[in-house]
Every structure is written in structure tokens, then in C-alpha cells.
Write a protein that binds this ligand. Structure first.
Ligand SMILES: *Cc1c(COP(=O)(O)O)cnc(C)c1O
Length: 489
């Protein structure tokens, strides 16, 4: 019997309206057995210092091993859990494995993972103050902590959204709405097209946001080091037609490019945005976490001038998927752009309460900032500074090791924790075979990447459990002991 059937049964026998219907009934034993089994599984998974790396499976194999799992009568929770444990979990890469080095890995703290379960267990609603005041209060403390770290003014605020893509889109929509409003208010004509200015190395989500907004993208070439410089932005804008220049809704700089982990010239870009009177957005999904490390703070000079910033806790702030902190310098600009209006929502807006849904393109939301809050509250911010700095040091150390190996070439000195290099003479096929062999042997997940059309290897280091020796071992496999790559056997 499903739990809601039980509840109804009790409600009937007790008689709704006789004072008992709203009281908590203990959930039946069978259901609790299932709940305990699920929690035990979660507990066991959290106890692994190094979980199995695992590997992707072919659709046909999954279809064979896990066919038609949804039936009329249900298979029962325990069986479904076993199916997950035996078949499905091994078919999902462990992005928190210390040797998961591709894309941007994830390394949630035990505290944040455990508390994520609490957020679900408590059915917390994080869209409005009315429904989730306590949760919203704590999420706002985390946002205020981050805003302070970035040097934003005290009234800065925002919301945790699903990821950097939604964060960037929400910020850029707010930028355009603000530009529109300013024009309307001052009686100026609207431009024919709006556009977003960003660097060559900006993340694909900026282009995606522009597409959703039906705005154009103006791409500014990077300097030789791969960074966006304010001076180049100024030059690019100077070459635009007055109409085009008039329609700029935002200038976007990146605080930690995904490919190389480079921080753009934030100060210079902020200056140009200021001169032009346009919104300045900093995309720091991966790299802005580095701002918490005192020795790195100077690399981020200029972020304090941003009109909006994003940083993903699920990347370098050690929280589980999925969360992006979106922070506005003046949250009112976010609210004016995003607040939804409907008759059933009006009661939420009576006493000027802080409703997180008002600050992004979302309505219903879980308070996904709470796992980060719990972890920050439990361990303290210094643990975070330390863990982030550890990855930066490791990136520098392994770069030195790469430099010492004649057959390897380091492409750029890492600024944060991304290390990109290539092996002399290797073609894409060599990289692919090597990468596949590492995964087959469950040693590491390192996907080949591309730089200026050439295949390269990229280590993205996030996990404090990743060690120098493990990385050296991966470098060693490039020269010996892996099957396949002709040039290396
Ligand atoms: C990862 C990333 C994004 C996108 O964030 P998601 O959370 O994956 O949506 C945007 N910008 C940068 C710089 C990133 O590294």
C-alpha cells in the first residue's frame, strides 16, 4: 500500500475535522525498511574515500540489464534499490573520484552530501519567504558571505539556481531588462538588436543565453595569454556602428575560463562597461571560488565592480549537484526582470519579503544553497580556502613535472587548477586509445581536449584527495604500459 493510501485510511477512520487529521501518523514499518535501506546505501556511498570510477555503458546493454523497470504493480523498493546498486550506479561515472580529471570534476564534502538528503527529506520549498523563511534566511547568509568575499556592496543578493547556464541567462536577461527600462524611462528609442559582448574563450552558455534571448554576440579576441583584456573590448566597441554599440546589453568577462582556468582582465572590462554605461557580468562558474584564497585575491581585481556574478558550488565549492550562486549588485534589477505575476502568487508579495524565485528564471525551487550552507557552517570558511589553495598548488606542481619531461609540452602556465599539455607526436587517435585504456583499467578519467585545432590533455583539479603521485602515475602511462597507442608502446 502506498503511504498516501495509508494516510487516507487513517484520516477516514479518525474522522477528518475531529482534530486528528493533521497530526503526524508514523509511517508503516515496510516503508521504513525501504527508507532505511536507501539511507544505508547513501551512507555507504558517502563512506568511500575513493569510490569506484565506473564507466559508461551501451544503451543496448542497459536495456538488457534494466528493461521495463516501471510496471503497474511496482517491483518494490528493495528490488529497485538493488537494481540501482548493481546495474545503474556502475554505469555512472563517479565525478567525485580523485582521478576524475575531465570537464570540471565534483568533490562534495561529506557534510554537504549528507545535508542534501535532509533538504529532500524535509520537503523544503525555497521559492518564497512565506513558505521557506528559515531556509531562505540561511541561503541568503551564504550569498552574503560570497558577495562579501567578492567585494560586492552589502545590499548585493540573489538566488541559488540550477547551474551556471541558468545563472548566466538570468543575469543577462536582467541586464537587458535594465537597459530597456533605462531607455524607456529616458524616452530613448529601443535598438533594433540587443547584443552581448564576451571574450573568445567565454563559456558556451553565454552564446546559448544570447540565442535564447534572441540577442547577438560580439566576440572580442583574446590576448596572447588567452585572456580578455579591457583594451581589446574598447577597440572592438570603437569599430562598431553607433546603432550596434547602442544595443549592447552587457559585457561579460570570465573569472576562470573552463578550458585553461584563466581569469580575464576584470578590472579593465569593468572600466569599459562603466564608460559605456552598460551592465558588467562576471561568469565565475568554475573559477570565482579561487577568490576565497587570500593569495589569489589580486587576480580578481575588478570583480567588486560587477553588476552580477555567478559561481557554481557544485564545481569548486565542494557542494553536490546542482547549484549556482547568482548574485546581483542591486538585486532590485533582478527582481524587476524576473518576478512572475499571477493572481495565485500575489499573496507572496505582500510585505516586501525576499522571494528567491523573483531573481531568476525559475519559480518552484529546492533551497539548493543549503548543502553548501551546512558544510560552510560545519567546517568553517578557512577549510574552503585551504582546499581550494591545495588544488592550485597541485596544478603548479604537476606543471613543473610536465615541464621536466621532454616528450611533454605544457601549453600554458596554470593560473588556477587547470593544466593543459600535449605529448610530442601524438595524434588524436593516440590520445583516445590512451584515455580509453585509463578508463578501462579504472585508473583515471582523462578525456582528450582540443586547443587551436590540436588535441591536448587537460587535467582539471578540484578534489582535495587527488595526489601528486597519482597524477605522476598518469603521466607515466603516456610512455609505457598501456595497450594500443602505437607511438607509445
Ligand atoms: C561550467 C561553466 C558554466 C556552465 O555552468 P553549468 O553549471 O554547467 O550550467 C558557465 N561558465 C563557466 C565559465 C563554466 O565553467
Amino acid at each position: 500500500m502506498a503511504p498516501w493510501d495509508l494516510a487516507l485510511e487513517h484520516a477516514d477512520s479518525d474522522g477528518i475535522g475531529q482534530g486528528d487529521a493533521g497530526r503526524m501518523h508514523a509511517v508503516d514499518e515496510k516503508t521504513m525498511t525501504m527508507v532505511r535501506a536507501v539511507l544505508e546505501y547513501a551512507q555507504q556511498r558517502m563512506s568511500y574515500d575513493s569510490p569506484p570510477l565506473d564507466h559508461p555503458m551501451r544503451p543496448s546493454d542497459l536495456q538488457r540489464l534494466a528493461p521495463n523497470t516501471i510496471t503497474g504493480h511496482g517491483m518494490g523498493g528493495i528490488r529497485a534499490l538493488h537494481l540501482f546498486e548493481d546495474v545503474i550506479a556502475p554505469a555512472c561515472l563517479s565525478s567525485d573520484h580523485p582521478m576524475y580529471l575531465s570537464f570540471i570534476p565534483s568533490a562534495p564534502t561529506e557534510a554537504s552530501k549528507a545535508f542534501d538528503l535532509v533538504v529532500s527529506a524535509s520537503a523544503l520549498y525555497g521559492g518564497s519567504w512565506l513558505e521557506g523563511s528559515g531556509a531562505v534566511h540561511l541561503e541568503n547568509q551564504v550569498l552574503a558571505f560570497l558577495a562579501h568575499e567578492f567585494g560586492l556592496p552589502q545590499q548585493a543578493g540573489g538566488v541559488f539556481v540550477q547551474g551556471g547556464t541558468i545563472g548566466n541567462l538570468s543575469a543577462l536577461v536582467a541586464a537587458r531588462e535594465t537597459a530597456r527600462r533605462q531607455r524607456r524611462d529616458s524616452g530613448q528609442a529601443m535598438p533594433e538588436r540587443w547584443s552581448i559582448v564576451c571574450g573568445e574563450e567565454s563559456h558556451s552558455s553565454i552564446r546559448s543565453a544570447a540565442r535564447v534571448m534572441d540577442a547577438d554576440v560580439i566576440v572580442v579576441p583574446s590576448d596572447d595569454s588567452g585572456r580578455l583584456q579591457g583594451e581589446r573590448v574598447r577597440q572592438t566597441l570603437a569599430e562598431l556602428s553607433p546603432e550596434k554599440r547602442d544595443g549592447i546589453a552587457a559585457i561579460v568577462a570570465c573569472a576562470g575560463t573552463t578550458n585553461f582556468g584563466l581569469i580575464d582582465d576584470l578590472e579593465g572590462c569593468a572600466q569599459v562597461a562603466h564608460e559605456e554605461g552598460v551592465w558588467f557580468h562576471v561568469d565565475g562558474a568554475y573559477g570565482l571560488a579561487g577568490c576565497l584564497v587570500p593569495e589569489l585575491r589580486s587576480h580578481y581585481k575588478g570583480v567588486e565592480s560587477a553588476d552580477s556574478v555567478i559561481v557554481d558550488p557544485h564545481k569548486w565549492l565542494f557542494a553536490p549537484y546542482d547549484a549556482c550562486a547568482l548574485i546581483y549588485r542591486d538585486p532590485e534589477q533582478g527582481r524587476l526582470a524576473h518576478q512572475q505575476h499571477a493572481s495565485y502568487l500575489e499573496t507572496l508579495d505582500t510585505d516586501q519579503a525576499w522571494n528567491p524565485s523573483d531573481y531568476a528564471i525559475n519559480l518552484t525551487r529546492r533551497p539548493r544553497g543549503l548543502p553548501l550552507w551546512f558544510s560552510l557552517a560545519a567546517y568553517g570558511a578557512d577549510e574552503y580556502r585551504h582546499a581550494i589553495a591545495t588544488a592550485v598548488r597541485l596544478a603548479q606542481r604537476i606543471s613543473e613535472e610536465i615541464r621536466l619531461r621532454p616528450q611533454l609540452e605544457l601549453l600554458r602556465k596554470p593560473e588556477l587548477s587547470v593544466v593543459v599539455f600535449r605529448h610530442e607526436g601524438w595524434k588524436i587517435k593516440d590520445y583516445e586509445l590512451w584515455s580509453q585504456s585509463l578508463l578501462d583499467r579504472q585508473i583515471a578519467f582523462v578525456q582528450p581536449s582540443f586547443f587551436q585545432g590540436e588535441p591536448v590533455v587537460r587535467f582539471a583539479i578540484i578534489n582535495p584527495r587527488t595526489t601528486f603521485d597519482q597524477l605522476v602515475m598518469v603521466l607515466d602511462t603516456m610512455d609505457k604500459g598501456f595497450d594500443g597507442a602505437g607511438s607509445a608502446s
